[in-house]
Ligand binder design. Structure first.
Ligand SMILES: C[S@@+](CC[C@H](N)C(=O)[O-])C[C@H]1O[C@@H](n2cnc3c(N)ncnc32)[C@H](O)[C@@H]1O
Length: 424
């Protein structure tokens, strides 16, 4: 929808061409000129200058400016308005709404960026905080929504540290916060006021979608609304998924998303604490998508792996690394190369050349990442041996930097292959 629907007619002051410039300057000074529309020639060779309807009552004209109040039929939007970015348009509409009370402080409070979820716009936490906005009442949110071409508005709060990643989003305009996204061909719906949207994980979602999981059973210990469960089922062709999630709102969205994508029959949703998951010996693959650390889920992940064949764990973790001066940076290291832990379960070290095609900016492995991956591989191996009472080996398949989480802190995913060792 266009932010401002073009009305059939608007009020304007018609004057003779020789007075038009002076009249324009007067209207601009008095903030009465409606800049959304062009000046127009009207009957009698007069020029009509659009005026703001809501300010007609404030209209006064010096006597030396002869003019008549007329209506312009089918007004033409001004070029400036047509070229305006949504952020400019928003500021302009608000400036018009506030009139003389407009101030630099208010201007700083107007957001320049926002998240768009279909017809719902999610504003940042720090927008429209000045007390003056509140005095405007509902017309403020109607104006903002109209300027941004939205039907519904919400504002972000802090993600609460309650372990459920619940957002404190409040709905400012509209009946509910349910939105729909299509991401890599998969449909997701969720309530923005109740579930977190992790836009930064797109890279990892695309990567899991491309993994060859045909015929496999996946256990997703922190399923959320299904951001990883769904690509595993829809694109990576996992045969079945067990998706565990303790947040009821996320579970509701997850169930809807499985149905929206027609894979509800290939997923069992476990609503509850994944540490209490009553499953064992079922999985070829386990996704542990929890940051800053998924360590609490490692024992369960080891327990659910198939005893006889093992599988792959995708372990998410935030890892801090020291800032490295550009001059002393070590050459690119691929996680797949080098260390004994990078050997596969047959004891073979993969040929580094095989993986060169994957070398991207994100594939630069820092020493701290490698150290963390090796410590994790060792700890998981211990857990597997303790749990299953037989020897297991673990090998680092890949380290994926998903995103920069904070200065010098990266959200990583370690793909760890875990196999039982055959006794001789
Ligand atoms: C960071 S979110 C990621 C969700 C999902 N991977 C995504 O990207 O949408 C982690 C999810 O794990 C859930 N969670 C955290 N601890 C849990 C636990 N012990 N048992 C079940 N779910 C848990 C949270 O409610 C949240 O939905």
């Amino acid at each position: 929808m266009e932010a401002r629907d073009v009305p059939v007619s608007i009020p304007a002051l018609a004057t003779e061409p020789q007075f038009a410039q002076r009249l324009r300057e007067h209207l601009e000074r008095e903030q009465l000129l409606d800049r959304h529309y062009r000046l127009q020639k009207v009957q009698g060779g007069h020029v009509a200058l659009p005026v703001l309807e809501e300010k007609l009552s404030q209209l006064w004209l010096p006597q030396e400016m002869p003019c008549d109040l007329v209506q312009i039929q089918d007004p033409v939007p001004s070029r400036g308005v047509r070229r305006q970015t949504p952020a400019q348009k928003l500021r302009e509409e608000l400036r018009q709404l506030l009139g003389e009370s407009w101030s630099e402080e208010l201007e700083r409070d107007v957001p320049r960026a926002w998240q768009r979820h279909g017809d719902l716009v999610l504003l940042s936490e720090d927008s429209f905080r000045a007390a003056q906005w509140e005095n405007l009442g509902p017309v403020l949110w109607e104006t903002v929504a109209s300027a941004l071409g939205a039907q519904r508005l919400a504002r972000q709060g802090r993600v609460s540290p309650d372990g459920m990643r619940s957002p404190s989003v409040s709905l400012l305009l509209g009946q509910d916060g349910w939105v729909e996204h299509v991401d890599n061909g998969i449909r997701y719906t969720f309530d923005v006021t109740k579930c977190m949207f992790s836009a930064g994980n797109i890279r990892e979602k695309l990567r899991v979608a491309s993994l060859p999981c045909s015929g496999e059973v996946l256990v997703d210990l922190y399923a959320g609304i299904g951001y990883f469960t769904l690509p595993f089922l829809v694109h990576a062709e996992a045969a079945f998924a067990h998706a565990c999630e303790w947040n009821g709102h996320a579970v509701e969205a997850l169930r809807r998303n499985l149905a929206l994508n027609g894979v509800q029959d290939r997923c069992h949703v476990h609503h509850g604490d994944s540490r209490q998951l009553e499953l064992q010996d079922v999985a070829d693959r386990v996704n542990l998508g929890l940051i800053p650390s998924s360590e609490e889920g490692w024992p369960v992940a080891c327990r659910v792996l198939k005893k006889s064949t093992g599988g792959v764990l995708h372990i998410h973790h935030n890892v801090e690394s020291l800032p490295v001066p550009a001059s002393s940076q070590t050459p690119v290291l691929q996680a797949e190369q080098g260390s004994p832990e990078a050997a596969n379960c047959d004891g073979e070290v993969q040929d580094p050349k095989e993986d060169r095609g994957k070398e991207t900016l994100g594939a630069r492995i820092r020493p701290e990442w490698q150290t963390w991956a090796e410590a994790t591989a060792a700890r998981i191996q211990e857990l597997l041996v303790e749990l299953h009472g037989q020897l297991w080996c673990t090998s680092i398949l890949h380290i994926e930097p998903v995103k920069s989480y904070a200065p010098h802190v990266h959200h990583l995913v370690l793909d760890l292959e875990c196999r039982p060792m055959l006794s001789t």
